[in-house]
Design a binder for this molecule. Structure first.
Ligand SMILES: Cc1ncc(COP(=O)(O)O)c(C=O)c1O
Length: 380
């Protein structure tokens, strides 16, 4: 076999050609500030990323603290903004404590690794986000990937665990199809079998539940001692950063030993301050949530003849026959000023392609409805 840099570069080129032929190339398209594109691709569900109160709070903290956190909070110190954000998040989610990470990805990896290690059984939903999958892989626990949302299969896996600790991990609102995990039933199964339940509430906090406290809260799991919640500040909060929320002792353990917290530069204080301001808007956002739910339900009515998912929150998926068709549809929409998500393998858990529309109530209603017409016109 040929070795050396030339052979390596050839192999990279051949792989790229294979991906292009399979319709699996990904393109980084330029995004201009104020490009006027209707955003039905991002996760700014409540339109808070540009809310004046959020920008003002972030701007003020930017001036006080500078651009970056300049180090981890253990090394560089923990700002009052981080502490206030964590206290308020624990209050919203009804947990003993909360710890903020620089991303939801790192919060998930940190949470899974904190709950599971060698000698633990981890039961993970087949449709879980890559960050959960990576947490599972890095945990060195035995991982059983259970069929999607199949409580009976999950309970069967738990029954076979012997004397080991067991953890069930699931998203609440699934990021690709937008369906909701059967959280109450999963928790009941965990209780029966003495397992912990880890819920990634990334797409539900701000969108579902009392005061936007998320799907775990909506399922009545607030404060349950065997439930740990993760979330991201990058979606309904319009900011960035991740959160692990659970008993205070778990948070203390993460600060002492959690590698994705300890060895990572902290969330920039300005982002934390923006997220803190967003939290008030999330809490008081019942009207925004009602509008979001109304818009999500409208998608299926407008995209007649397409296979549109039943949305549980702000994620709506539209099945497309092939990756190439999905790409062409999303490209046509973009040319006409509407950004939609285009999900193809390997980003889809079942190997099928979809368009993903995410509702953003920051988009004026008439513009949103017009965007749905454009999507319908561009469809295969
Ligand atoms: C379900 C889910 N969990 C975790 C994440 C990671 O969050 P972040 O983007 O803040 O890293 C995402 C999306 O990005 C997600 O969709």
């Amino acid at each position: 076999m040929e070795t050396g840099p030339a052979a390596w570069l050839d192999a990279l080129d051949r792989d790229a050609v294979r991906r292009r032929q399979a319709g699996l190339r990904r393109e980084l398209r330029p995004r201009a500030a104020g490009d006027g594109v209707v955003d039905l691709a991002g996760n700014d569900y409540l339109g808070l990323s540009r809310h004046p109160a959020v920008l003002a709070a972030a701007g003020e903290a930017l001036t006080r603290y500078g651009l970056g956190a300049t180090g981890s909070r253990l090394v560089r110190g923990s700002t009052e903004v981080h502490a206030a954000l964590e206290a308020r998040l624990a209050g919203l989610l009804g947990t003993g404590g909360a710890l903020v990470y620089s991303s939801g990805y790192l919060a998930n990896v940190g949470a899974v690794r904190a709950l599971a290690g060698p000698g633990t059984l981890l039961v993970s939903d087949a449709y879980n986000h890559a960050s959960i999958v990576d947490g599972c892989r890095g945990s060195r626990a035995e991982v059983v990937v259970a069929p999607h949302a199949d409580v009976a299969a999950i309970e069967r896996a738990l029954a076979g665990r012997g004397g080991r600790r067991a953890v069930v991990v699931t998203e609440s609102v699934f990021s690709v199809d937008g369906d909701l995990a059967p959280l109450a039933d999963l928790h009941a199964a965990c209780r029966r079998r003495g397992a912990l339940l880890l819920v990634d509430d990334a797409h539900a906090v701000g969108v579902l539940g009392p005061s936007g406290a998320g799907a775990a809260a909506a399922a009545g799991l607030t404060g349950e001692p065997d439930v740990v919640v993760t979330m991201t500040l990058s979606k309904a909060f319009g900011a960035a950063g991740g959160v692990v929320a659970g008993p205070a002792a778990l948070v203390a353990g993460l600060v002492d030993t959690g590698r994705t917290f300890i060895y990572d530069t902290a969330l920039p204080p300005a982002v934390a301050a923006g997220a803190l301001a967003a939290l008030d808007l999330v809490r008081d956002g019942e009207d925004l949530r009602a509008e979001l739910s109304d818009r999500a339900a409208l998608v299926g009515k407008r995209l007649v003849g397409h296979q549109v998912s039943e949305p549980a929150a702000g994620v709506v998926s539209v099945a497309v026959a092939t990756p190439a068709q999905a790409l062409a549809w999303a490209d046509d929409c973009r040319r006409r000023g509407v950004a939609v998500g285009c999900f193809r393998p390997p980003s889809t858990p079942d190997g099928r392609s979809r368009l993903r529309l995410t509702i953003n109530v920051g988009v004026p209603r008439a513009v949103f409805e017009n965007a749905l017409d454009i999507i319908a016109e561009c469809g295969p």
